[in-house]
Design a protein around this ligand. Structure first.
Ligand SMILES: O=C(O)[C@H](O)COP(=O)(O)O
Length: 206
């Protein structure tokens, strides 16, 4: 039985390109982001991978990325579950602000703490720990049971919601996971043993 889980961060969004904090705001993909998503689909296809079921967030940059991957795979008829539990970390008051402007206003160090500490939330937003507290129960209730039942699952989501998943899957600490940068549009392919242990992990970088 194939216990396959592929995680993919969305392709570059309009706000990634403009260097804006995004969080739960809902910009679309740039042309580059569309190309990244198509390339992700082509890489999965080149490995001969196919899926039975997909999960994504309630945000269109992830949903469009998933649609573009599925189009490359010729699997546009797959069931897709969309849930805001998989949304990006909520950036609170930083959402929509330029990252350089925020550094000028609050200082480089404070902005870095908000972006890359495990449990310090930005004003009015979620820390990575808060994000994990809503992503992981969803993952354990829905996604992992599908994988362990032999359904091949593709998840298109966000830098920080995927960090939360990877932390759990790979048994990393908060300190370890905040150092992991996830590139846009790069699929990460996991295979699992019968007892849920990871058999292999492959990052399909360019
Ligand atoms: O929400 C955002 O702005 C980005 O998708 C992720 O932001 P980060 O690189 O600060 O974690």
């Amino acid at each position: 039985m194939d216990r396959l889980l592929v995680l993919c961060r969305h392709g570059e969004s309009e706000w990634n390109k403009l260097n804006l904090f995004t969080g739960w705001k809902d910009p679309g993909l740039t042309e580059k982001g569309v190309a990244e998503a198509r390339a992700a689909g082509q890489k999965l296809k080149a490995l001969g991978l196919g899926f039975d079921l997909c999960y994504t967030s309630a945000l269109k940059r992830a949903q469009t990325t998933l649609d573009l991957i599925l189009a490359e795979l010729g699997q546009t008829d797959l069931p897709i579950v969309r849930d805001q539990a998989l949304n990006e970390r909520d950036y609170g008051e930083l959402s929509g602000l330029n990252k350089d402007d925020a550094r000028q206003r609050w200082g480089e160090e404070q902005v870095h703490i908000w972006r890359r500490s495990y449990d310090i939330p930005p004003p009015g937003g979620e820390s990575l720990k808060d994000t994990a507290a809503r992503v992981l129960p969803y993952f354990e209730a829905h996604i992992m049971p599908d994988v362990m039942a032999g359904r091949r699952v593709l998840v298109a989501a966000h830098g920080n919601s995927l960090r939360a998943l990877i932390m759990k899957l790979e048994g990393l600490t908060g300190e370890e996971i905040i150092k992991r940068e996830l590139a846009t549009g790069v699929p990460i392919v996991y295979r699992f043993a019968e007892d849920g242990a990871i058999l292999s992990r492959q990052d399909l970088a360019a």
